[in-house]
Design a protein around this ligand. Structure first.
Ligand code: ADP
Length: 207
């Protein structure tokens, strides 16, 4: 899944993974769930900065090698740079992948992210405006506490968007030139169900 922070990658990746019964591998979630993360990584993530390739590649490699990933996977948050895309190519030995790119304008992102709440336990994502939980601050699915991620504040979101445009957006042309990019137009403010349908139609044409 490719797209700006807040483009809906996490939500759509989880839906695709459920549908195809394959793991949803989110580098952000893997990092946040790791209780032994070194301090410098925690601090860097809190500013919205990109981590070094060496801080994430081992994590991704180990996850892709697990048994449940043999049938396929939905990667979310990786690759995030051209160099990570090249590292991924060496890990998957020429397997053809589909890159689902969620296209959305920056102004929509800010309003989404500051209203996003994430379950501390299962990672399920809510939005206070259009997908609120049934009970205030409680996850509908697992009863876990809903939190505002420390990097979903306005200042950090601006930084994440800047980093995205500088370092991740070049992947759009990279994958376009390989013929593996599926662009999903999310500029009309469609809800998650409509975006899911668009992805389904485009993926069935691609595969
Ligand atoms: P977003 O919603 O911004 O896409 P993620 O949950 O994917 O956020 O990632 C949160 C943070 O984790 C990033 O801002 C970055 O600091 C770090 N991170 C996650 N994946 C990577 C990666 N592939 N390369 C470098 N840093 C990463």
């Amino acid at each position: 899944m490719l797209g700006a922070p807040g483009s809906g990658k996490g939500t759509q990746a989880a839906r695709l993974a459920e549908k195809y019964e394959i793991p949803h591998i989110s580098t952000g979630d893997l990092l946040r769930k790791n209780s032994h993360l070194p301090d410098y990584i925690i601090k860097k993530m809190a500013t919205g900065a990109m981590l070094e390739d060496s801080d994430v590649i081992g994590l991704v490699k180990e996850r892709l090698e697990r048994d449940d990933a043999k049938k396929g996977w939905v990667l979310d948050g990786f690759p995030r740079t051209i160099s990570q895309a090249k590292l991924l190519e060496t890990l998957i030995h020429g397997i053809k992948i589909a890159i689902v790119y969620l296209e959305i304008p920056d102004q929509k992102i800010m309003e989404r992210l500051v209203n996003r709440r994430t379950c501390k336990e299962c990672g399920h994502i809510y939005n206070l405006i259009n997908q609120p939980p049934q009970k205030h601050r409680i996850c509908d699915i697992c009863g876990g506490e809903l939190i505002l991620r420390s990097d979903d504040t306005e200042e950090v979101v601006s930084n994440r968007l800047k980093v995205y445009h500088e370092m991740t957006a070049p992947l759009i042309d990279h994958y376009k030139s390989q013929g593996s990019l599926i662009t999903i137009d999310c500029t009309k403010g469609q809800g998650p169900d409509a975006v899911e349908q668009l992805i389904e139609i485009s993926l069935s044409r691609f595969c």
